[in-house]
Write a protein that binds this ligand. Structure first.
Ligand code: DX5
Ligand code: ZN
Length: 232
């Protein structure tokens, strides 16, 4: 990989979620946002069990890796049994795997972090809005990133839940400077400045990037990064 979360090219990192891309033109859309300035591609993996939706699996990752050899592929596992999918996604060329603390916690979380890192990938641990930030504490020192969900996962295009910003402030005070905090859900030019102010340094955005026309995505990414609010 060209960079790691510990040594990012710039902050904040902008991670368009391909969940809102045109699945019939996935490569065009994915390549387009990278050329438009995105730092990572965020892949939302849903199993219809941990969340009420089905999306994509290792094959999507494999083909994106095949066509985009330098892309940083940020895989968000919203699945009940993430351990089962570690090797398939590592083989498929994922750069990073995030699993949820709701399904793997405590010592098992530490073990899963070690396993993912042992395969040469970086690792993140996520919490849903109703889950307390303390759920991250047992294993977070073994991870590269904490992902704070700002919507209940399952679908793009939902409204941002501002109360989760308190979790970000708690984490920022606790994490090492080389550990990133990623926010996911309802990020727009309106909500991004608050996320940044609270201490987030990786911003995921599906509808705010893919919901605008192709030729406006570079501007959308630039505005998310710079924290320019829509009203300015
Ligand atoms: C939600 C996913 C998000 C989603 C974000 O379950 O984890 O990554 O794609 O979509 P927006 O940015 O539209 O809220
Ligand atoms: Zn996600």
């Amino acid at each position: 990989m060209t960079w790691t979360f510990a040594h990012p090219p710039r902050l904040p990192l902008i991670a368009p979620s391909i969940l809102s891309a045109d699945f019939g033109h996935m490569l065009r859309d994915a390549q387009g946002v990278l050329e438009a300035g995105a730092d990572l591609l965020h892949l939302d993996i849903m199993d219809g069990h941990f969340v009420p939706n089905l999306t994509m699996g290792p094959d999507m990752c494999r083909w994106l890796r095949h066509h985009l050899p330098l892309a940083h592929l940020d895989v968000h596992l919203m699945v009940t049994d993430p351990a089962r999918f570690v090797e398939p996604f590592a083989k498929a060329g994922a750069s990073h795997l995030t699993f949820h603390a709701e399904v793997v916690g405590g010592p098992a979380g530490v073990e899963l972090c070690r396993r993912i890192r042992g395969l040469g990938l970086t690792v993140g641990i996520a919490v849903n809005p109703p889950t307390s930030v303390e759920a991250l504490f047992p294993a977070i020192e073994h991870a590269d990133l904490a992902l704070v969900m700002s919507v209940n996962p399952g679908f793009s295009g939902q409204a941002f839940i501002p109360s989760v910003l308190d979790k970000v402030r708690t984490l920022r005070a606790r994490l090492r400077p080389d550990q990133r905090i990623e926010m996911d859900g309802g990020i727009s030019t309106t909500t991004a400045p608050d996320c940044r102010a609270a201490g987030c340094d990786v911003l995921v955005a599906a509808s705010a990037v893919f919901g605008v026309a192709n030729d406006r995505r570079a501007l959308a990414i630039k505005q998310l990064r710079s924290g320019v609010s829509k009203s300015e």
